[in-house]
Design a protein around this ligand. Structure first.
Ligand code: HPA
Ligand code: ZN
Length: 352
């Protein structure tokens, strides 16, 4: 990766070094999308489940996707290896270990309860495993984490509502709700009542508005204007609507972008859109989405975007700052993370 010389003649900054040490906040990662081939094989063996592959190379050979739908067709069957609370704990702990090693300080992690309850794994088993990992990672790795429960939008609104009701017993461990899976013919309006109830119950709201979908702009409009989401996951098609760009700027709504993932499910990483929104003052952030499948955790996502778009350290700093700013943190925690970030920047001669 290149070095970057600040225009005022300050010392050259090695971008790879700068990214490696940057205090990071991740807001768009699916825990089930962090299931590595190695862990998938180990859990299959532990649970006596035949998955059809016995080596990492064989597992990776099944990773053939060029769209959201073709990715999801690989993603859901893999979850069959997750059965016990220990499995969920090991999955989340492995991700948190990797994230902490890349300078992630705080993460809000998606999980898909219906992908588990739908095949007979109790909600409480899923939460118990994830909870144990969060508690251990905070003490042992110094990384803080929260959970966001996603509804599967290709399933019924009734199932989503029942899942919302079931989640209330575990509310202390869930900070908000999201919406993922196949967006086609499953617009936000389908879940308006579920999200209204989730808001009443005190959950914060986010929602996937995937890249280049049929009706992307109308779906983004519904998410913002009709549902009133606090954040949008992906959502870069918003560049097509100046009115909606104004909306997110006015309300300070963050967009959680995933450059490496974008380049798998569409034909490019949408760097032009992400950077144009960044320059326009929209709170875009960098995230990994499903890193075990797309091959990029946080560092690789920052590096890919920086390389592709020729970003400077100040841009990377802005992206990291955006994430802490739109994270669902208490003001006190947010200020502490931002102070660490500014201290890091100052070490490179970058003033806030
Ligand atoms: N979009 C929709 N559903 C998903 C995704 C995504 O990026 N990742 C995992 N499930
Ligand atoms: Zn996602």
């Amino acid at each position: 990766m290149s070095t970057h010389t600040e225009s005022d003649g300050a010392a050259e900054i090695d971008l790879a070094d700068f990214i490696a040490g940057l205090p990071k906040c991740e807001l768009h990662v699916h825990l089930e999308g962090t299931l590595s081939p190695e862990l998938k094989l180990a859990l299959a063996e532990r649970n006596g489940i035949a998955i059809g592959q016995t080596t990492v190379a064989e597992v990776e050979a099944t990773y053939q996707f060029d769209s959201l739908a073709s990715f999801l067709a690989v993603y859901y069957p893999a979850m069959n290896v997750l059965v016990t609370a220990d499995d969920f704990r090991d999955l989340a702990y492995a991700y948190l270990t990797k994230a902490a090693s890349q300078g992630v300080r705080y993460v809000e992690m998606f999980f898909d309860p219906q992908a588990h309850t739908g095949r007979g794994v109790p909600f409480s088993t899923v939460i118990e495993g994830y909870r144990q990992a969060i508690v251990a990672a905070r003490a042992e790795l110094g990384i803080s984490a929260e959970l966001i429960m996603c509804f599967l939008r290709d399933l019924s609104a009734e199932f989503a509502m029942a899942t919302l009701m079931e989640s209330l017993a575990h509310k202390d461990w869930i900070i908000g709700v999201g919406l993922d899976s196949d967006e086609r013919d499953n617009p936000p309006s389908k879940f308006a009542a579920v999200f209204a109830r989730a808001r009443q119950e005190g959950y914060l709201l986010t929602m996937h508005c995937d890249i280049d979908q049929v009706g992307s702009i109308e779906n983004i409009r519904q998410a913002l204007e009709d549902i009133g989401v606090d954040r949008i996951d992906h959502g870069t098609n918003i560049v097509e609507s100046p009115a909606l760009v104004d909306h997110v700027k006015r309300r300070g709504v963050g967009l959680t972008c995933c450059p490496v993932s974008n380049s798998f499910v569409t034909d490019d990483m949408k760097a032009t859109e992400i950077v144009s929104l960044l320059r326009d003052g929209v709170r875009v952030t960098v995230n990994s989405d499903d890193p075990a499948y797309f091959g990029g955790y946080m560092t690789e996502n920052y590096a890919a975007l920086a390389d592709h778009a020729g970003l400077a350290p100040a841009d990377l700093l802005r992206l990291a700052r955006n994430a802490f700013e739109v994270a669902w943190l208490t003001p006190r925690a947010r200020d502490a993370y931002l102070a660490d970030l500014e201290a890091y920047a100052a070490g490179f001669g970058l003033a806030s």
